[in-house]
Ligand binder design. Structure first.
Ligand code: CP3
Length: 356
């Protein structure tokens, strides 16, 4: 039933070409959170189903993954899920409250709570993501590549300790200072679960993998290099080794460490093919930092999407011209936000394709 071998041939591979540094027909564009609340058809599905029920039901996950592709001439799809499915697989309860975001009723309070986590067999509790990926590859009929993703260890650790989003990450920072060994233990546990999870996604049919280190913005450069980077590197190295051992071709990988524009040189040494940029980073400066052998992705300010279509077109065109056609994937600098007008997405996609 789950056919992971006979996938339809890819018709538009510009995303993968850009990631590998090969010439493209046009600059590829996709948008973080392209399936989401700014789409009325997503809101309709969401009215009828709980957020994580959508994630866990491949038919529903595929339907919402498909929604933005029906409207916009995008060059990639990203499987509908959430980074917080890993804490769930480790035994934590996570609820998605409308208008609030994710809530963990029982966050990790002290290192003693680590004993409650269930890393054994965690990936086995995430097979629904693999099933959705495989179903989606068939449903796409080769139109565009399918991106798989995960949260990075520091970002996941933050949610597990804060119990949801946090403006300061105060509690997680106390862990780093007061319980450095237990913090390392947790980050390593997450790293191992992530490697298993990404291996499963590749086997299921994911054609590119993005690592979201969205909470990098809360760390100083020193702490980013100390607490986040070694695990991000491990994920790439261990996954590459794992796939090699099984003679499975590796897929390109993107690192999106929001707010870590201070460490682009270091990010460029971790074995990732693509580095995602937030809007605080200048494209020309970023290229100087990472050198010619890395693909850059980004980085329009999501708030620019609230401007007039003329302004969106001008800003997008300027952005694409600064990055250039080589080794570039157009995107926003973070996820699209719920009130974004549909016309801004239409304008963005069209402007990217017509900029050069
Ligand atoms: O990009 C896509 O279209 C794929 C789906 C996707 C979602 N979340 C769906 C979602 C992806 C790639 C994510 C990643 C994710 N989830 C991140 C990393 C990216 C980022 O934005 O920094 C993070 C930090 C999360 C955790 C999370 N999930 C938060 C903080 C929230 C609440 C804030 C918000 O924007 O709603 C979510 C909820 C969420 N994840 C929604 C969607 C469509 C909205 C939930 C709803 O319908 O109520």
């Amino acid at each position: 039933m789950k056919d992971t071998k006979n996938f339809p041939a890819l018709k538009n591979d510009n995303l993968l070409r850009a990631a590998r540094g090969e010439p493209v027909d046009r600059v590829p564009v996709w948008v973080m959170r392209q399936a989401g609340r700014y789409l009325p058809e997503f809101q309709e599905v969401r009215k009828q189903h709980d957020f994580f029920t959508i994630c866990r039901t491949p038919e529903l996950a595929c339907e919402v993954t498909m929604q933005p592709l029906r409207r916009f001439d995008l060059d990639a799809s990203i499987i509908f899920s959430d980074i917080l499915v890993i804490p769930q697989a480790l035994g934590m309860t996570v609820e998605m409250h409308a208008g609030v975001g994710p809530v963990f009723p029982e966050p990790l309070k002290t290192p003693a709570d680590l004993a409650k986590l269930t890393p054994e067999g965690a990936v086995g509790r995430l097979t629904y993501v693999g099933d959705a990926i495989t179903m989606m590859r068939h449903m796409l009929e080769g139109r565009v590549p399918l991106i798989g993703f995960t949260g990075a260890p520091w970002t996941l650790m933050g949610y597990m300790i804060e119990g949801g989003g946090s403006k300061t990450m105060a509690k997680s920072k106390v862990w780093l200072t007061d319980y450095p060994e237990d913090s390392k233990k947790l980050l390593t546990m997450l790293t191992d679960a992530i490697v298993d999870y990404l291996e499963m996604q590749v086997k299921a049919g994911a054609q590119l993998l993005q690592i979201f280190e969205s909470s990098a913005e809360h760390l100083s450069k020193d702490d980013f290099l100390k607490w986040a980077v070694p695990h991000i590197k491990d994920i790439r190295d261990k996954l590459t080794e794992r796939l090699k051992q099984q003679s499975i071709p590796t897929v390109p990988m993107t690192l999106f460490a929001k707010g870590a524009g201070h460490s682009l040189k270091e990010q460029a040494t971790l074995g990732y093919d693509v580095i995602g940029l937030d809007w605080t980073v200048d494209p020309v400066e970023a290229r100087k930092e990472v050198g010619p052998n890395i693909t850059l992705q980004g980085n329009l300010d999501p708030q620019d999407m609230y401007k007039t279509p003329e302004e969106v077109r001008t800003l997008t065109t300027e952005m694409v011209r600064k990055f250039g056609k080589e080794r570039y994937i157009a995107n926003l600098g973070h996820g699209i936000t719920p009130q974004t007008p549909i016309v801004s997405m239409e304008t963005l996609v069209e402007a990217v394709h017509n900029a050069l």
